[in-house]
Write a protein that binds this ligand. Structure first.
Ligand SMILES: Cc1cc2nc3c(=O)[nH]c(=O)nc-3n(C[C@H](O)[C@H](O)[C@H](O)COP(=O)(O)O)c2cc1C
Length: 204
């Protein structure tokens, strides 16, 4: 089949997200202007550069209780955020934090997680997560939006510091078998990294 994205695809569910898989999940801690710690997952997320390390996160739609999603608002007002990696073991806690809690309610507490101070930024880390990226807001890009009463915004952030739990390092390498990072597919589907193989580039 072929469909133009400007026209109906004719399938029971939008297939777009299943065409770009798996997507890593940024589990983002940020601080609301009222001081509450916010935690939410975002799979429109990726790395864009290494030197300096730059990441992007895209926000689609409004908060269910009105206005921008808390994470987007907090990143722009506070200028800082932390990306926590989601191991398979924390999939249910991650899912709890996607609920549209009132602005200012701490999803961290609702999910039974522990806040651990960051080294360089104000938002704390999720203590239970194996890897944390401490980030500084760099730029906002407003994307087109064809839906009525919705928005698409992307933010870019500079990674200032990286925490890696010693127990997930094996001979100095991040041992993803110990983490099994969770990733998003399309529809309501997820996967976890649990099938790793090596391949070298030709002439390397
Ligand atoms: C695995 C997963 C991935 C998600 N990815 C995104 C995303 O990329 N962009 C987005 O706007 N919302 C995404 N959501 C929905 C947000 O997590 C949800 O709107 C959340 O309530 C936002 O919280 P906040 O208002 O505290 O920022 C995702 C949800 C889940 C469970």
């Amino acid at each position: 089949m072929f469909y133009k994205t400007s026209e109906p695809h004719g399938l029971p569910h939008d297939p777009f997200k299943s065409c770009i898989v798996p997507r890593p999940i940024a589990w983002v801690t940020s601080i609301h202007p009222n001081g509450a710690i916010n935690l939410a997952p975002f799979s429109y997320f990726n790395a864009l550069a290494s030197d300096p390390p730059i990441v992007m996160i895209a926000f689609t739609g409004y908060h269910q209780h009105g206005g921008e999603k808390d994470t987007l608002h907090n990143i722009k007002t506070g200028g800082e955020f932390v990306i926590n990696m989601v191991p398979l073991a924390l999939k249910d806690a991650m899912n709890t934090t996607t609920a549209p809690f009132d602005h200012g309610i701490s999803e961290l507490e609702m999910a039974g997680l522990t806040a651990e101070p960051s080294a360089l930024v104000k938002p704390p880390r999720v203590a239970e997560a194996p890897i944390h990226l401490e980030c500084e807001f760099f730029q906002e890009i407003v994307l087109p939006c064809t839906l009525e009463n919705s928005i698409n915004h992307t933010i870019l952030g500079k990674v200032l510091g990286v925490h890696i739990r010693d127990e997930v390092l094996s001979d100095g390498l991040i041992d993803l078998d110990k983490i099994k990072p969770l990733a998003r597919l399309g529809y309501q589907e997820y996967t976890a990294v649990d099938n790793i193989f090596k391949m070298t580039r030709p002439n390397n």
